[in-house]
Design a protein around this ligand. Structure first.
Ligand code: SAJ
Length: 406
């Protein structure tokens, strides 16, 4: 593959598609980014990114200036087509691959002999083979002339620009030549190791990584429920248990959120319901933890009312799905806030999220004012700002995420 003459068509310019486009373009490869959201396209072509991610804006400005990237709401010609669109789940927790199907359909007429078609979107096992079948049924002229592969991303929001380059990647083609061709492409901009496998294994590998983390967090969350009953500080317990050379327990929290770990395990469980007992149970435990937190806050409010004869002021600290980001997707803290507000509509509740300025539903308070004003303070997300707050013994502190752990 020759960088100078290569052009990449990126379908989807979201949290992964945009940074990946920027990385590829920064190596001097022309990228045509396509997104169905016209506002995103316009904002990007005017030089402004639409997501919060350290270092992305500056790198984006560089590639735009050098004319290596352009956004469009139509699919442009390319030699490599990358599908980086969402795969949410439906009401019954079954994966919804309709975005991948639509994206594949949208490039169908553009594909030519020798092109490389890659899916990066998290997908249920068999999706890449299914798309290959679909493409070849509509374009029989491409049989044996199109390379098709699956290569999942593994980056952590907040550290995307580093991890995108340095993480190892798993690359699985529908056949050996496709795997090799895709590896050749990724080696142009990835410094981590490239591991070759089949498309099915690569799909399962992505789901396995996130399901594994979900199960581990469920263990920590289950411990937090046990410790609450046993009157043991769970943070101290985990810290001590982790002194064992072969124990490495994760941290409990208000539940598991985001668009990956709270979603991907369902892709395994819905397809293999009999076999995925532990994976399904972990999802249940992590969802239950958020429900439990909301109940716990409700009970504390009731207790305060009974003991003091007045309504407490309550601060709910954090809305994001994890610390130090502005992303509220599938956020346990947002779910808990909603639940507490619904059941306590007669008392003053101060909602805090230091990483965003405005929210369309909640009036946001500054974290310092909320902390000072409230009788009950519930920490839902361990944002770095909260560690600056001075301990006040007069307040009832409900720490669900380890802000005050030693
Ligand atoms: N969480 C805990 N306790 C912990 C760690 C996390 O409760 O000890 C919670 C977080 O607060 C959050 C949720 O889990 O609500 C998920 O956060 P995360 O930081 O574990 O992961 P994500 O969703 O930001 O990113 C994950 C990563 N996957 C793994 O670590 C296996 C990332 O590498 C993937 O690229 C990403 O999913 C994805 O796109 O799939």
């Amino acid at each position: 593959m020759d960088k100078e003459n290569l052009s990449v068509t990126m379908i989807g310019l979201g949290y992964i598609g945009l940074p990946t486009s920027v990385l590829i373009a920064s190596k001097g490869i022309r990228v045509n980014g396509m997104d169905i959201n016209k506002e995103v396209v316009s904002s990007l072509n005017h030089g402004k990114i639409h997501i919060v991610e350290p270092d992305l804006q500056s790198e984006f400005s560089n590639v735009l200036k050098k004319d290596y990237f352009r956004a469009s709401s139509i699919v442009e010609d390319g030699d490599v087509y990358l599908i980086v669109v969402p795969t949410p789940f439906k009401g019954n927790h079954e994966p919804d691959i309709s975005f991948v199907e639509k994206a594949t359909n949208s490039v169908l007429d553009k594909l030519k002999s020798g092109d490389l078609f890659i899916i990066e979107s998290t997908s249920p096992v068999g999706t890449t083979e299914k798309m290959a079948k679909f493409i070849f049924s509509k374009r029989p002229d491409l049989v044996d002339n199109l390379f098709i592969a699956y290569c999942p991303e593994r980056v952590l929001p907040g550290n995307v620009m580093y991890e995108l380059v340095n993480n190892d990647r798993v690359i699985g083609g529908v056949d050996q030549v496709s795997t090799n061709k895709a590896c050749e492409f990724y080696s142009m901009f990835i410094e981590g190791e490239l591991h070759r496998t089949t498309a099915r294994t690569a799909e399962m590998c992505k789901l396995t990584e996130n399901a594994s983390r979900d199960v581990q967090i469920a263990f920590a969350n289950e411990l937090s429920l046990i410790c609450d009953k046993a009157d043991i500080n769970v943070w101290e317990l985990i810290d001590l248990a982790n002194k064992h050379p072969r124990v490495n327990i994760l941290q409990p929290g208000a539940g598991v959120g985001g668009h990956c770990i709270a979603v991907d395990p369902y892709f395994i469980a819905s397809e293999f319901p009999k076999e995925s007992q532990l994976i399904a149970k972990a999802r249940e435990i992590n969802n239950y933890k958020s429900f439990w937190v909301a109940e716990k806050i409700g009970n504390e409010i009731l207790k305060f009312k009974l003991e003091n004869g007045i309504d407490p002021k309550v601060a709910l600290m954090g809305l994001a799905f994890k610390p130090n980001i502005d992303d509220l997707r599938e956020s346990p803290a947002k779910y808990i806030t909603q639940k507490v507000m619904q059941s306590q509509n007669d008392i003053e509740i101060l909602v805090v999220e230091p990483n965003i300025n405005d929210h369309h539903v909640y009036k946001l308070s500054s974290y310092q004012i909320a902390y000072e004003t409230a009788d009950i303070v519930a920490f839902l997300v361990n944002h770095k700002e909260f560690s600056n707050l001075k301990y006040n013994p007069k307040k009832i502190i409900l720490d669900f995420c380890g802000v005050n752990k030693k």
